[in-house]
Write a protein of this length. Structure first.
Lengths: 336, 230
């Protein structure tokens, strides 16, 4: 760490441009002091400033070193592609062994998770997120690309295995759609930012029933538009290879397209749902009972045929909804 | 015994996170106690008691809660040692954002919530920047994008911390936190001679001592004036 203390701030920043955000977010004003070395810079604070701003040169220098290390690792590496996630069985709440050998989930697959509330769906997700190694209450183990996973999946905030899209999420920021996506893109440090942002907004609009503009404030988006934006944003900007979906309400959004978008971005989709139209879109479904995986069902051909009937019924319902919205009177049963 | 200091802004979810985490610690057969520090009022001791967790409560009243915390942490640790607990968790609310309740060599956890806004990590001092573990709560009510942005901002101000998302209502994530809290080699027999990680915010002006009148002639001690331009 000594080496960075003796380097000029301007040199450090030209070598590691991301340090600007470190100084900024830590409330350290560097304007006019770029010619100082780091240790000269810290020595330049008087006692009051040190106390007010809680500046601890030793800790801050160490944190800068750590930040540089992390960012180099983050920027330099090719993202490890997660092609498969394997679940190895553990026990249910009564201590009975789970009834499967191994469950391999592949990139581009949709897996549904079904089972009553409290049956252990969250624990299963928890096991995946924490890449359990027999050290969680279920005793399950998770492999990534058929191997014992790297520790980073547990501890690095930039490498999270699971991103979540849930039903009752809100936007709590007061920003336009563009600014919001831009903020996310910034934190992910993506290149060609503008194109990525445009693509996300386009995709979101293709999922939403009613379109919105980049200038629309996120707080005034409808439920369907919000869901569309969250899905497009997560599909394209989130680095997490697994997307967990906790139901998608059937309003103002094309759910089939939304899932298609996630899959086209090479995600693994896990979906906790009891909506038959969604559940049968999956390739397989995991049935959870008493804290354990009770069985794994491959969607059957019959079920796929039934799905297409269900989808038609779904469309009919949506058509009624649109009519009501437009102020029409419904006079007869419609067959689509 | 292990001491763990948990701190965070009011209503960030400290108590919920601690309660859920203790569930997991207890399952491992560990005896856990809590010391709850607050300013004017708290009912949380009742929540702990209901959960069967031995608890001591301290209200700082008119004193700076952090100063009050440091002045009492040794006694409370002795209480826990005497009662043979395996872990004592201290919970204190950071009120002025300049709070600095952590002790060198003692595990420090900061709890902040997603709803507090993405600029919050910038605004919090040593309570966030010197914590070993940062727990982010209320992730279930914001979007994935906001969660990611918030976590990355926390990482910028405290790159060496482990950052975890915990849902205080369902307890999702609390088992994982529990695995990071107890370490045999962090056993302590006393806090004597230990040091704070960073000095506390300063005080001691005439208003600290009960002055109520406004005006320069009543101001003594540690007084500082803001620059108000015309």
């Amino acid at each position: 760490m000594d080496s960075i203390s003796n380097r000029k701030i301007s040199d450090l920043i030209s070598e590691f441009p991301f340090l600007t955000s470190f100084f900024n977010d830590n409330g350290l004003e560097i304007a006019g002091k770029e010619k100082n070395t780091l240790s000269e810079y810290f020595a330049g604070f008087d006692e009051d400033e040190i106390e007010d701003k809680a500046i601890d040169p030793e800790v801050l220098t160490a944190q800068i070193g750590e930040f540089i290390k992390q960012m180099i690792a983050f920027l330099g590496k090719e993202d490890e592609v997660v092609k498969t996630v394997t679940i190895l069985p553990g026990k249910d709440k009564s201590g009975e062994a789970e009834n499967f050998n191994e469950l391999v989930i592949r990139q581009g697959e949709i897996i549904c998770i079904v089972g009553p509330t409290g049956s252990g769906k969250s624990r299963l997700l928890g096991d995946i997120e924490w890449v359990a190694q027999g050290d969680t209450p279920t005793g399950r183990s998770i492999l990534i690309n058929e191997d014992v996973p790297d520790k980073k999946w547990r501890f690095s905030s930039a490498d999270k295995l699971v991103a979540q899209l849930s039903q009752n999420m809100n936007f709590v920021m007061d920003l336009s759609v563009y600014e919001f996506v831009e903020l996310h893109a910034e934190s992910r440090m993506v290149e060609n930012r503008e194109q990525v942002i445009e693509r996300i907004i386009d995709k979101a609009n293709s999922l939403a029933g009613e379109s919105f503009t980049p200038e629309t404030p996120i707080t005034s988006l409808s439920g369907g538009q919000s869901r569309a934006l969250m899905i497009a944003d997560t599909a394209i900007l989130s680095k997490s290879p697994i997307i967990l979906i906790d139901e998608i309400e059937n309003a103002g959004i094309d759910r089939k397209k939304a899932l298609g978008l996630l899959l086209s971005e090479d995600k693994i989709v896990l979906m906790a749902t009891h909506d038959p139209v969604l559940a049968l879109m999956g390739d397989r479904r995991i049935v959870i009972k008493n804290g354990g995986i009770f069985k794994v069902i491959d969607t059957t051909d019959d079920e796929r045929t039934i799905l297409s009937t269900l989808e038609k019924m779904d469309k009919t319902l949506l058509a009624y909804r649109t009519k009501l919205r437009q102020g029409e009177i419904i006079t007869k049963i419609q067959n689509t | 015994m292990n001491l763990v200091t948990v701190s965070g802004p009011p209503s960030s979810g400290k108590t919920s996170v601690i309660l859920k985490t203790i569930d997991s610690l207890k399952k491992r057969g560990l005896k856990v106690a809590v010391a709850k520090f607050d300013c004017l009022y708290t009912d949380d001791d009742i929540l702990y008691e209901k959960a069967g967790i031995p608890v001591r409560k301290g209200l700082s009243g008119a004193l700076c809660p952090d100063h009050y915390f440091v002045s009492n942490v040794e006694e409370i640790t002795n209480w826990a040692l005497k009662n043979d607990f395996d872990i004592l968790i201290s919970e204190s609310a950071g009120l002025c954002n300049r709070c600095s309740p952590y002790i060198k060599g003692i595990k420090a956890v900061c709890v902040i919530d997603n709803l507090s806004g993405i600029n919050t990590p910038k605004k919090i001092g040593p309570m966030l920047k010197t914590a070993d573990i940062v727990v982010i709560t209320k992730g279930d009510i914001v979007s994935q994008a906001e969660r990611e942005v918030f976590a990355s901002r926390v990482n910028t101000v405290n790159p060496s911390a482990v950052i975890m998302n915990i849902n205080g209502l369902t307890g999702q994530g609390s088992f994982e936190l529990s695995t990071l809290l107890y370490e045999e080699e962090l056993n302590i027999n006393s806090l004597k001679g230990m040091e704070l990680r960073f000095p506390m915010p300063a005080a001691l002006c005439s208003y600290c001592l009960g002055e109520t009148r406004i005006g320069e002639s009543y101001q003594m001690g540690n007084v500082r004036k803001m620059k108000v331009e015309d």
